[in-house]
Every structure is written in C-alpha cells, then in structure tokens.
Design a binder for this molecule. Structure first.
Ligand SMILES: Cc1ncc(COP(=O)(O)O)c(C=O)c1O
Length: 351
C-alpha cells in the first residue's frame, strides 16, 4: 500500500506547540511582539467576495514590494509558503549529488538533512570551529554540488560577516549554488542580498516568521539571479500553483512596507538579547554571542535536558537538542521584558 520511499523518511520534528496549558513560550523563535498595526484595518475591511477566485500565482504585488524594499528587480524575487518551502524548492532545483556532495554546518537547521533524504541528495555535515563559528575554508576543499547555511547560524546564533560571505563567494565555483538562509539576519547581521548581482550562483532566503512576526501566515521568499528564480518557479509550478494564498500575499505586502514599525521591535529584541545574555553570564552561564532572536546557553555541571525539563515543569518552554556537542545547551528565544524576567526568576530559583 505504501511506496517504499515513505518507509525511509525521517520527518523533521518542529518545536513543541503545546495546547495543554499556557507556557511562556521561548522555544520556536517566534517574535514576542505583534505584527504591523497596519494589518488589522486591512483584515477588518477585507471583502470576503475576493476569496472566490484563485490568488496570483506569480505573487506580483508582493514580489514588487520585496524588490523595492531591497533595491532589486522583481525578477530576482521568489515567494513560497514559509522559507521552509522556499528551501525545499531550492534543494530540489539546485543540489544534485551527481555533481558532488552538498555541504552544510554540523550544527545547523535540522530541516536540511530531511530535504536531502527526501530527494536523495548526498550531504556532509562540516564541523564548526571550536568557538562554534562556521569555518568557510572547509567548504572550499571538497568537490561539492552546493552549500547551504543559515546566517546567523541556528541554533548557535553566530553570524558570518559580509566580508567573510564575500570571500566564500569569490572562491566557490561559480557553477554551483550557495544558499544562505537568512531567517534571522534582521537581528544584527548584514544581508548578502547586496551580492546577488555580482554572484549569479547566490540565493538568499528569508522568512516573514521571525523579524516580521508572521509565523502563522506561512510566508517566505528568496532573492537571487533571475535564472535561479525561474528555476524555483519551475519547481513550484510542478508542485502547487498557489502556495501563498491571497491573504498571505496581501498581508505580506503590507508588512514588508512597514519598515519603521519592524525596525522598532527588532531593535527592542536585540537590546533584550544583550540584557539577557549579560545577566546569564553574570550568573556563570556560557552564552554564545548571538546575532539572532535567540541565544544558545548552558551552565557547566547542568545538563541541557535538566534545564529544559525543570523550566518546562515551571511553565517555561525552551528548546533542547539531544545532539552530541550541543546537548549541554538550551536555545532560548528572546521574549518580552516580562517573559525574560519570569525566565530569570525561574533560573535563579531552580539552578
Ligand atoms: C534557520 C531557519 N531557516 C528557516 C526556518 C523556517 O522558517 P519559516 O518556514 O517559518 O519561514 C527556520 C525556522 O525556525 C529556521 O530556524
């Protein structure tokens, strides 16, 4: 009854979204602040009649708004149902093991190996430096069919500078694609989108889920050379003409134009991240220097699992990865001031 290939799948397991009780939820890197205040008036005056028709399969207005925001051409923008889908299409379009092995960091977004297994792409996890930073020279040694990494990396939060990214692009073969997953770039990094005209083999992916506080909308996008974007459309149109619905496209357009509001909440999250990191360090915790909306932290002598479990028992959800090398850490999403205060009180009390 089932196809053989389904038996081999090891699906990605997203962070918990518990419905049993209310937690202080610091486990899936959602934004603690509301989305743009311009969205509510749009929804209140929405004409239900519009739901009768299929949405624009080319996402024209949204792609134009994204292009204007980043100073690029609409033909350099692709849109999908969350950046997970954009990444899934990119893996299908660009990574082919007959040309070599796909490379990505050892501790990184755990969806990457899942896409590889789904499509039969061979991959190799490249070890990080001792300080958990990405070692770009390791990506230049092997014959690879492509490279993908988040910048800042997840779950470490460590950022590669634009100079380092440029050096990688200058040295990497120009007939292979490098995908930079910039899910968290707005929290302190400089985007590689400024390099897409120069490097035709660079694809930058983005999400509305983190800095734009729209995780429930399921919207992501990619920016790159027109030929890469055409390839993504070819995959999308072989799968689903309409991955982004009308509401998602229009709300996305409103959000992407509200730069001022989003700059404010992003700034606040970055400040809170520094406050939380300092407080934890003061109490003897190790905190990796994050440029994302989360921190990876742990305390010598305490297992990450114990920290996760005891915080959960006390109504606070953080993320623990049972992966050798980072199992002594937990990843904590930056919340509101009240949430961070409750977290710090719990940590002082419990550990
Ligand atoms: C590194 C990274 N990339 C991509 C995503 C996916 O984001 P979304 O599918 O919500 O756009 C996440 C979500 O947590 C992430 O951590």
């Amino acid at each position: 009854m089932l196809a053989q290939r389904i038996k081999k799948l090891k699906p990605y397991v997203p962070g918990e979204q518990p419905r049993d009780r209310t937690y202080i939820k610091l486990n899936t890197n959602e934004n603690p602040y509301p989305p743009s205040p311009r969205i509510a008036p749009y929804l209140k005056s929405f004409d239900i009649e519009k739901l009768r028709l299929y949405p624009d399969p080319l996402f024209t207005a949204l792609r134009q708004a994204i292009a204007t925001r980043y100073g690029i051409d609409k033909a350099q923008v692709f849109v999908g149902n969350g950046s997970d889908e954009v990444l899934a299409f990119a893996f299908y379009a660009f990574f082919d093991s007959t040309a070599g092995t796909l490379l990505f960091p050892e501790f990184s977004y755990s969806f990457y190996p899942v896409y590889c297994d789904l499509y039969g792409i061979e991959y190799r996890k490249v070890p990080l430096n001792r300080d958990f930073s990405i070692n770009i020279s390791a990506y230049l040694q092997d014959a690879s069919c492509g490279v993908v990494f988040p910048n800042p990396n997840a779950p470490t939060g460590l950022l590669l500078s634009i100079e380092t990214v440029t050096r990688l692009m200058e040295q990497y073969p120009e007939d292979r694609v490098v995908v930079i997953d910039e899910a968290y770039i707005d929290f302190g990094g400089q985007s590689a989108v400024c390099l897409i005209d120069r490097f035709k083999n660079l694809l930058v992916t983005r999400t509305f889920s983190k800095s734009m506080s729209l995780a429930a909308l399921r919207l992501g996008f990619a920016m790159g050379d027109e030929d890469l974007i055409k390839a993504l459309f070819a995959v999308k149109d072989s799968f689903n003409s309409y991955p982004a619905d009308l509401l998602a496209q229009q709300i996305g357009e409103i959000a992407v134009k509200d730069t001022e509001y989003y700059a404010g909440i992003t700034q606040k999250i970055m400040e809170s991240r520094e406050v939380l990191s300092d407080q934890l360090r003061h109490m003897g915790w190790d905190v990796l220097p994050s440029q994302a909306n989360f921190i990876l932290t742990g305390k010598r002598g305490l297992s990450g699992e114990a920290v996760y479990t005891r915080l959960k028992e006390n109504g606070i959800l953080v993320r623990h990865f049972n992966i050798e090398g980072i199992q002594d850490f937990v990843r904590i999403t930056i919340g509101t001031d009240e949430e961070i205060q409750a977290l710090m009180e719990a940590i002082r009390r419990l550990f």
